[in-house]
Ligand binder design. Structure first.
Ligand SMILES: C[S@@+](CC[C@H](N)C(=O)[O-])C[C@H]1O[C@@H](n2cnc3c(N)ncnc32)[C@H](O)[C@@H]1O
Length: 328
């Protein structure tokens, strides 16, 4: 593997742009009713590793389907975007799915600047090491921080931009938030730039609930990473084993809702915040949503954001979609 060299630069925005720090989110979310914590807090180094493990679970079809589309259609996607390109990626994680797109671009131009934006510095570094290895014509300009803030700071580009937002991360937002986020992304980009957005499709409850509650318990461990962070970073006197992971599909809303459910009545003291949080047995902390779309809903989403949906690619089993949305 390549050690990071002068082809890698990192701009660390800290918590700027993020709605809340761990302490602020805990203070607000655990004193709210019902209790909640924002999902960007999953991704410290341990959480990023666990997410990568989730993508290897047989039940987690979104990763397999997304990878299949990008592996098989990268050249078509890059041709449809139209070059020469600069590549931006929102919530890139360890950039495991990005390589086919990078290679397809490098097959059509001499060099490439890749700008991944992610809250996890560890994941940005793993991703850059993997991508730089064996690709001398690649430069990585990473931004550690909130992706809305990273996008807003992109400034003018010398080349047309292709912005990847893969892995169904858009599903963590409500439909209104997603339309608003895409509208702001459009405003940060120039006419002719494009977004490639990975969006998971509506499907049966059994498949969806299994995807977010795999039999090896990796997603449960990922969800409980929030409890590890409360214990290790804020001094909360809790045992993660006192909570159960729940993934429940609300079919009508088209949303998988993820919770941590208390196994018993308990009071958790959080030293760093001077807080005592009571839980009743069965009481839940809402930690994540994953919104699913129909193709019609994807069309409506693009229109609301003022973007033109030019092409959509599906995997062979039509479980997952990648849409090319153009800034006009
Ligand atoms: C579901 S993972 C997807 C990773 C990768 N793109 C993939 O498809 O496998 C979401 C990624 O977004 C990052 N992330 C979550 N919220 C973020 C935010 N508000 N700003 C920047 N990155 C964020 C996480 O650190 C994580 O790497």
């Amino acid at each position: 593997m390549t050690k990071l060299d002068e082809r890698y630069e990192l701009l660390d925005l800290g918590t700027e742009g993020l709605s809340e720090s761990l302490a602020e989110a805990t203070q607000r979310g655990l004193t709210a009713s019902p209790k909640e914590l924002p999902c960007h807090l999953f991704y410290d180094e341990r959480g990023s590793r666990l997410f990568d493990e989730i993508t290897e679970q047989p039940e987690y079809y979104p990763a397999q389907a997304d990878e299949e589309i990008l592996r098989d259609r990268a050249a078509e996607i890059v041709a449809a975007a139209g070059g020469p390109l600069e590549l931006v990626e929102l919530g890139s994680g360890s950039s495991t799915k990005t390589a086919p797109v990078v290679d397809a671009i490098l097959a059509t131009q001499d060099d490439l600047v890749y700008r991944p934006i992610d809250v996890s510095r560890a994941a940005l570094e793993w991703g850059a090491e993997n991508l730089l290895d064996g690709r001398d014509a690649l430069r990585v300009r990473a931004v550690c921080g909130d992706y809305a803030e990273g996008l807003a700071r992109l400034g003018a580009g010398e080349r047309r931009r292709l912005v990847l937002w893969l892995g169904s991360s858009i599903g963590n937002q409500t439909r209104d938030e997603a339309a608003d986020f895409l509208r702001r992304a459009r405003e940060a980009l120039a006419p002719g730039d494009a977004l490639l957005v990975g969006i998971d499709l509506r499907k049966d409850t059994e498949t969806l609930e299994a995807a977010y509650d795999d039999s090896a318990g990796v997603t449960a461990e990922f969800n409980k990473n929030l409890l590890h962070r409360l214990r290790d970073d804020l001094g909360a006197d809790l045992d993660p084993a006192d909570f159960v992971h729940r993934a429940i599909y609300d079919r009508e809303a088209g949303v998988v809702r993820i919770y941590l459910e208390s196994r018993r009545d308990q009071v958790i003291e959080i030293d760093a915040l001077d807080l005592e949080i009571p839980f009743e047995q069965g009481e839940r902390i809402h930690t994540e949503d994953s919104t699913k779309y129909s193709l019609e809903e994807i069309d409506a989403l693009a229109k609301r954001a003022g973007l033109v949906r030019e092409r959509t690619w599906l995997d062979g089993e039509e479980r997952f979609s990648e849409s090319l949305l153009r800034v006009s």
